[in-house]
Design a binder for this molecule. Structure first.
Ligand SMILES: *Cc1c(COP(=O)(O)O)cnc(C)c1O
Length: 442
């Protein structure tokens, strides 16, 4: 045990930062035990899904060409359906990312003249172009699908009166984003999503309720499909890919909804029958198997980050104590230097490309410069340790991921060290924060 600090020291962590980290981790023990219990439940849920569908060695092989009779692909889709308690699922490497999965679910289940409603405020940035909130080629708006939105109330609750008013005879699909994404609204709990769906279906029973499940999978023991969602949709380079899936997305839900999506992904008449899995199936299965523990590690990392930075006086969302429904953590620095130093620290902690120094740049689609830290095995994977921050007030960074808790912890300590090394935080203040925490615990 006593050479653990020496190991941290060789990786650039000072005594003050290490000891503060130890004190914060100690204070979170009980909470982490709860996260482990959730992971244990979800691990069994996945194992049960795999055993009940008789996953065999042959399922790990792939097909090429048309991919007819792809046993591994078809079985994996049944495993997803079993885990999410849905009638069917579409899990494919041909679904290129989360946005694509969501676009597919929307475009295949809406028809010209229908209306799409978001009762939880503005959706994730990339969906603005899918819907046509920002004019875009091929958007739903171009196909005559209209869009309505009801914002959350100032306290984060649902605005039931306005939701009731917004539902009309053309409302065909309701989209509910579970994670706050990069906004400051609270993330929705599965129970909260269940209440919202019950309310919507009470007004219009045949409306399709879709949940954007990105970043939320396996954070709780229930999924939105357990509380009435007709479709749950997400990315395999986030939670359910377990860090191993190199690409992909999923849609799990009612048979008709999934079928519509399959006909749109491939072609009318072909649907789920085609789509070779190539060589990805072993990683899809193994990643799904690891997803509960990988998600637990990332979740511990985000709670640890909240407590580390909150203890030093930085505003954090969610705060150190509140319950969690996704793995994203925001920390506000109020100055650009803090954002840059934080991201450079995260990059320095990466297993890949730790020797490069990220800088703010003019990224297409953003109205300010953005800095991104990612040294991942799978390019762009945000279940791996990653952070990004727009260089504009309030100068907040968004942090997520970490394939193991140990790595997430190191990454956060490394980010803190970077602030100290760049003269943005005094080492004695870190020591003081530790003293204060120790006192409050005794
Ligand atoms: C990441 C994310 C998406 C989009 O996923 P991409 O894989 O980046 O296209 C959509 N919604 C939410 C809430 C997300 O977190």
């Amino acid at each position: 045990m006593n050479n653990r600090y020496e190991m941290y020291e060789t990786l650039g962590i000072s005594r003050e930062v290490y000891e503060y980290g130890e004190a914060v981790a100690e204070s979170l023990k009980e909470r982490f035990a709860g996260i482990d219990a959730t992971a244990e439940y979800n691990q069994l849920k996945i194992l049960k899904g795999m055993q009940s569908r008789q996953v065999s060695e042959a399922c790990l092989l792939g097909t090429t060409g048309y991919g007819y009779n792809d046993l591994g692909r078809d079985t994996l889709e049944q495993v997803y359906a079993s885990v999410f308690h849905t009638e069917d699922a579409l899990v494919r490497p041909q679904i290129t990312c989360g946005t694509h999965a969501l676009a597919l679910a929307l475009m295949s289940n809406l028809r010209p003249g229908d209306e799409l409603l978001s009762p939880v405020g503005k959706p994730y940035d990339t969906l603005e172009e899918v819907i046509g909130i920002r004019p875009s080629k091929g958007s739903l708006a171009e196909y005559g699908v209209t869009y309505a939105q009801v914002d959350l109330l100032p306290d984060g609750g649902f605005d039931y009166d306005n939701i009731r008013r917004a539902i009309n005879e053309r409302t065909r699909l309701v989209t509910i984003q579970r994670s706050k994404g990069y906004q400051t609204r609270p993330t929705l709990s599965v129970a909260g999503i269940g209440e919202l769906i019950a309310f919507v279906k009470g007004i219009k029973p045949d409306v399709i309720c879709m949940v954007d499940n990105c970043y939320g999978e396996f954070v709780e023991t229930m999924e939105p499909s357990d509380v009435g969602a007709d479709m749950v949709v997400g990315s395999l380079i986030k939670n359910p890919g377990g860090g191993l899936a190199p690409i992909g997305g999923y849609i799990a839900g009612r048979r008709e909804c999934v079928e519509n999506a399959a006909y749109r992904l491939t072609s009318p008449g072909l649907g789920k029958e085609v789509g070779a899995s190539l060589g990805v199936l072993k990683d899809f299965y193994q990643g799904f198997f690891l997803a509960p523990t990988v998600t637990a590690g990332a979740l511990k990392g985000s709670i640890f980050a909240a407590n580390i930075y909150e203890g030093l006086g930085y505003p954090v969302v969610p705060d150190g104590r509140e319950s969690r429904h996704d793995i994203i953590q925001a920390v506000t620095f109020n100055n650009p230097e803090g954002v840059v130093a934080f991201c450079q620290g995260i990059q320095a902690a990466a297993p890949v490309d730790s020797h490069v120094t990220p800088q703010p740049w003019d990224m297409p689609g953003y109205d300010s410069q953005v800095i991104m830290a990612a040294g991942a095995f799978v390019s762009g994977s945000s279940i791996e340790l990653s952070a990004d921050g727009p260089i504009k007030p309030p100068y907040a960074v968004y942090f997520q991921g970490g394939l193991t808790w140990q790595h997430a912890k190191f990454g956060i300590l490394r980010s803190l060290q970077s602030l100290v090394d760049n003269g943005l935080l005094r080492a004695e203040n870190v020591a003081k924060a530790r003293e204060k925490l120790k006192k409050s615990l005794s």
